[in-house]
Design a protein around this ligand. Structure first.
Ligand SMILES: NC(=O)c1ccc[n+]([C@@H]2O[C@H](COP(=O)([O-])OP(=O)(O)OC[C@H]3O[C@@H](n4cnc5c(N)ncnc54)[C@H](OP(=O)(O)O)[C@@H]3O)[C@@H](O)[C@H]2O)c1
Length: 231
């Protein structure tokens, strides 16, 4: 990869992804809301920053031009179809053979075969209801964004994060195609490692058209079940 665009660059995940990319000497273009540009000050001499809403089609068209990879942070925040507008713009304007990696949470399901805990179902339904009532976000629109990605014939991967925490890197997370698989039981990943997974996915063709659900490599469930999965 020579040039990679990070859409949602100013958030925590975005900044970790930039660090990993710069460590690989990749040219980085970052897109973030105008009011958040200052969060990227520590990178400003090393990356190109394109300020703007990530669902602004002109902003995305310009940002992804010439990139062989695009890493997009899909969030349930923002209104007016922010998440699906962001995904659609990336799908429409990325270079034809670009690898497209999108982030989301375990609550997104590719094939309906995920098995969710009562706690996760409760958090998603109550969180989604509160987000809509307070007009701060729309989880349903993040679901719609992913439906459009799954229907697309671009070279996509949707990386589904477990609960996240800060802390030192533990290495590349392990993954499974379905939430509910024992290897994922610990449900925790360091955010820097989630970012590493997104960046490594750019070069991993086995992940094309998959929605890997991840968990930290050093969690109890990963250590207990890794040998069964990675034979
Ligand atoms: N947090 C978790 O525990 C968790 C769990 C599972 C999966 N995930 C997934 O991990 C990824 C990163 O999540 P994160 O929680 O760590 O957040 P994050 O990386 O800090 O990113 C949050 C992003 O949302 C943007 N944003 C915040 N408020 C917004 C608004 N009102 N309108 C538009 N954009 C807004 C931020 O932009 P600004 O910088 O401009 O504010 C930033 O790009 C997401 O895909 C999320 O679904 C998170």
């Amino acid at each position: 990869m020579k040039k990679v665009c990070v859409v949602g660059a100013s958030g925590k995940l975005g900044q970790y992804m930039i660090q990993h990319l710069l460590g690989r000497r990749v040219q980085v273009v970052g897109v973030c809301r105008e009011k958040s540009v200052g969060k990227l000050d520590s990178f400003k001499d090393r990356i190109t920053i394109i300020p703007g809403m990530t669902n602004d089609r002109e902003v995305i068209r310009k940002a992804v031009a010439g990139c062989d990879g695009v890493l997009t942070v899909l969030v349930p925040w923002g209104l007016n179809d922010y998440s699906s507008g962001t995904a659609q713009a990336v799908l429409d304007f990325a270079e034809p053979n670009a690898r497209l990696i999108f982030s989301c949470g375990w609550h997104i399901s590719l094939d309906g075969k995920d098995v969710y805990s009562r706690k996760l179902k409760f958090v998603v339904s109550v969180g989604g209801w509160i987000g809509k009532k307070l007009r701060i976000g729309d989880i349903d629109n993040q679901v719609e964004a992913c439906r459009r990605i799954f229907d697309s014939d671009t070279l996509w991967t949707v990386a589904r994060g477990s609960d996240l925490e800060e802390g030192e890197a533990q290495g590349l997370p392990v993954w499974s195609e379905h939430v509910g698989d024992p290897i994922l039981e610990s449900n925790i990943t360091r955010r820097t490692d989630f970012a590493l997974f997104m960046v490594e996915a750019l070069q991993n063709d086995d992940l094309i058209h998959k929605a890997p659900a991840i968990v930290g490599a050093k969690t109890a469930s990963a250590l207990a079940h890794k040998a069964d999965v990675y034979k």
